[in-house]
Every structure is written in C-alpha cells, then in structure tokens.
Design a protein around this ligand. Structure first.
Ligand SMILES: Cc1ncc(COP(=O)(O)O)c(C=O)c1O
Length: 458
C-alpha cells in the first residue's frame, strides 16, 4: 500500500508546482508515441514502476486547467478537498445506482446543498455533466408534456403525435441541441430564438415563435433558457421567459451548468431561476469539483422517474424508501460515487467560501474587462455578467483571421491559455476566470500574450 502514499505525494507535488510550469505544452513526438502506441503487455509490472511512468509521461502534459493562467472553455482547477475525497471514493468503489450505503445517502445531501446554495426548490441527482443532466431534464419535460396530452412516449414513441417543439436561444449550449436530437424531436423541433445586444434571449421573438407554432398545429413543449451562457456568461431574462412559459403551459428548463452558481452572490441577477421546472448545474465547473460531476434538479423529480424508472426483478429493493433508486431517474444504472467529492468540496468551503470563490473570480473577470476597455488595440464584445470576458483584437488587415489564429498561438507559447468562439458574426476571444489563484498580474500576462500572438498572426 506504500504505492498509494507515493501516488498522493506525486499528486501533491504536481499541484504545488503547477504554476511554475507551462500552462500547456504540445506533447513531443516521443512522449506522444509512448502515450498512444504501447503494445498490450503480457506480463504485469510493479505499480511503483507505473507511478514512475505516470510521473514522467503523463503529469508533464496536462490539459492546463490546474494553472492560474488557464482561461479556456469552462474548466476549473480541482478543489483539494475534491481530490483527496475522490481517492477515497475510488477505494470504496460502490455503485450509487441505489441501495442502503453511505454513497447513496450522501448524494441526497450533496444535491440538497447544491439546490440550497442557488435557492432552487427542487431535488435531483448527480450526473456525468450537464450534457447528461440535460437529456434527463428534457426527457422529463417530454414525459410530463405527453402525460398532460393523454399519452405515454415510453409506450407509444413519437408516432402520430403533433411534433413537440423546444425553444433555445442562439447562444444556448450545443448540449441542448444534442438532447433534442437524441430524444427524437429532431432539429425541426428545435426553434432557435435570436438574442438581444447583451446576448440574452429575445422574449418578444420567443412569444412570436410559440404563437406561430401553435397556429401551425405543433406542440410547444419546453423553453430552455440559459443562466450563464458559455460564450459570454449572459443570463436570459428568466422572469419574462417564466411568464411566457406559464401563459402557454410550457416546461421551463434552465441551463445553469456554468453560471447558476452566480446566484450565491447575486440572487437578483438570477431572479426567476426558482420558477424553472428543471435546472442543470455543473459542480465540475465553477465549484471546482474534480471531473466528472453534473447535477440535474427538478421541481418534481417524479417526472424524471416516470421517464426512466425500469426495475428488473434482480434489482428489486423492498427496503428502498419513497425516492427509490437514483438509477430510476436517468439512463445510467451503475453510477460512480460523485457525492463524496461534491460534499467534501462544499463542506470544505462552506457557503461563505463558495460565495468568496464566485465573487473573487467574478471580480477578476471585471478587472480583465477594465483592462480590455482601457486598451486601444482591444475591444470588449459583451457585458460581463458572470466570469467570462468576450473580447477581440482590433487591428490587422483581416481581424477575423487574426482573432481566429490567436488562441492556438497563445496556447503554444505556454504562458497563458484562452480559447475562441464566434459571437454574432465575428470571431471572438473568450477568457473564463474560474481559478481563485488567478492574480491581477496573470490578467496582464494574458493580454501581453494576446498581443504577441496577434503580432505572429499578422
Ligand atoms: C452553459 C453550458 N451548458 C452546458 C455545458 C455542457 O456541460 P458538460 O460538458 O458538463 O456536459 C457547458 C460546458 O461548457 C456549458 O458551458
């Protein structure tokens, strides 16, 4: 068991020195060959040798999200409490499908804490991430909507029914479209609503689209709003969207995978969130729970149970309480112990610490926005509502080509890491601040690197 202690030492060394190494570096050819081309070994090797391999061939080539100058996508550094408890979760190795054991019982607490943190009156389950959580939420919406219309999609499929329609904004995450396709609505059942100048869903356009679909004999089912879009962190006008959902009897889903945690410090900005029928929140994003961990919350979890519950004889559990098994609420049967790292991360921070994390990283993002606003060669492209800054380098004969080339050039240089996107009809840079270790100096390095990369790109 000494190997477990050595593994813990390697993890601690890695975390201690992560800020001194390149944020990311291309994997050299020999290291790449080691990682991809190893033949299947016939004889095993001692674990201690494998730990040396991991030290030499794996730990030097991270994705980069442990580093304070990582601003890419929506990937946070892992919380230390989460890492330590994840090892213990692996040592226990239960399936949290259900049953009467610590992992299952703790999941109820972890989910309740998440709901409480953001002020959502519902219950739910942990998932692999927001994509799976969204599939569960929209399946619950489909089940509840069909039940209201007097049929059951599990029995009938979608044959011969008025096509159901899901409304998302043009800035809605791609996981919404994936779920819509997977659940059989088809992209013809997906209505993409334009956004206003702040990249928020245009409510008048939403109302017009619903009315139009009703006139055409379709079945408006669900509006999927965002509380923190991936591109700009925008929060859709949730109260007005909730009013429309009420008026037309639509299911209101809120994608708060990244942003909903913002409600901990700025509940007014998230007003209306508590009116959602389903809500998705990713503990593996802003909260820093080690990947993977998403969460779906439902005002009435029975809707998800109605969509998924299937208990074969070998899984009968007469002693299960009213909630039953977690595996009745989604597609996964064997489920990992995600609750321990989620519980440990929240318990270690306390709700005060979560508020400090969210407020601190949001303030850094606003500092970055101020630096961008003060620079002649940079242009901010969106208001900063959560902790993402969308901006763009202004100069060059072809600004779109330059901005498109900047992220990869910044990444290759290794001093900072940011990613790009398309916003409206322009190429944009986006920097998402999620690390409590990011300093004001780190922001200046990021902008220096953007300028150097822009120079290289011409
Ligand atoms: C707003 C939003 N929704 C959904 C997702 C998908 O989350 P996951 O990767 O956990 O499935 C993301 C990922 O970045 C996101 O930012």
């Amino acid at each position: 068991m000494d190997e477990l202690r050595r593994a813990a030492d390697l993890a601690a060394d890695h975390l201690r020195t992560v800020g001194e190494r390149p944020v990311w570096q291309p994997v050299p050819d020999d290291a790449r060959a080691w990682l991809t081309d190893q033949p299947l070994p016939r004889a095993g090797r001692p674990l201690d040798d494998l730990l040396t391999d991991i030290r030499d061939h794996v730990l030097p080539y991270p994705m980069g999200n442990g580093h304070p100058r990582f601003f890419g996508w929506v990937n946070s550094p892992p919380s230390t409490a989460g890492i330590a408890s994840a090892v213990l979760a692996a040592a226990l190795n239960p399936s949290c499908a259900g049953g009467d054991h610590a992992g299952v019982l703790l999941e109820h607490t972890a989910v309740r804490w998440l709901a409480q943190l953001i002020g959502y009156p519902g219950d739910g389950l942990l998932t692999s991430g927001a994509s799976m959580a969204t599939v569960i939420a929209l399946a619950a919406a489909r089940q509840a909507g069909a039940r209201r219309d007097g049929w059951d999609p599990r029995e009938d499929g979608l044959w011969g029914r008025p096509p159901m329609v899901v409304y998302v904004s043009a800035e809605g995450h791609s996981c919404l479209r994936k779920a819509v396709e997977l659940l059989g609505f088809g992209t013809r059942g997906l209505r993409v609503i334009p956004v206003d100048a702040g990249f928020r869903m245009d409510v008048a356009a939403l109302g017009a689209a619903i009315a139009d679909d009703l006139r055409n004999g379709l079945r408006p089912l669900c509006v999927a709003a965002s509380a923190g879009t991936v591109n700009t962190g925008a929060i859709d006008p949730l109260p007005a969207i909730a009013d429309l959902a009420d008026e037309y009897g639509l299911w209101l889903h809120v994608d708060g995978a990244y942003g909903a945690l913002g409600a901990v410090v700025e509940p007014a900005a998230f007003a209306g969130l508590a009116r959602a029928d389903s809500l998705v929140l990713d503990p593996h994003k802003w909260l820093g729970v080690p990947v993977d961990c998403g969460c779906v919350l439902l005002r009435d979890p029975v809707t998800a149970r109605d969509a998924f519950s299937l208990v074969p004889a070998y899984l009968r559990d007469e002693a299960a309480g009213d909630f039953g098994w977690f595996s009745e609420y989604g597609p996964e049967q064997t489920r990992p112990l995600r609750a321990l790292k989620t519980w440990a991360t929240i318990a270690h921070l306390g709700s005060d610490g979560v508020a400090r994390l969210v407020a601190g990283t949001s303030a850094r993002a606003r500092e970055l926005a101020d630096l961008v606003d003060a620079a002649d060669d940079l242009e901010r492209l969106a208001p900063v509502t959560t902790s993402v800054v969308a901006f763009r380098y202004r100069h060059g004969a072809d600004p779109d080509a330059v901005n498109r080339a900047i992220p990869a050039a910044v990444q290759r240089r290794g001093r900072a890491f940011l990613t790009g996107t398309r916003l409206g009809d322009v190429e944009a840079l986006r920097a998402c601040v999620l690390s409590p270790a990011t300093t004001a100096g780190d922001l200046r390095v990021l902008l220096e690197e953007v300028r150097v990369a822009a120079g290289e790109a011409g």
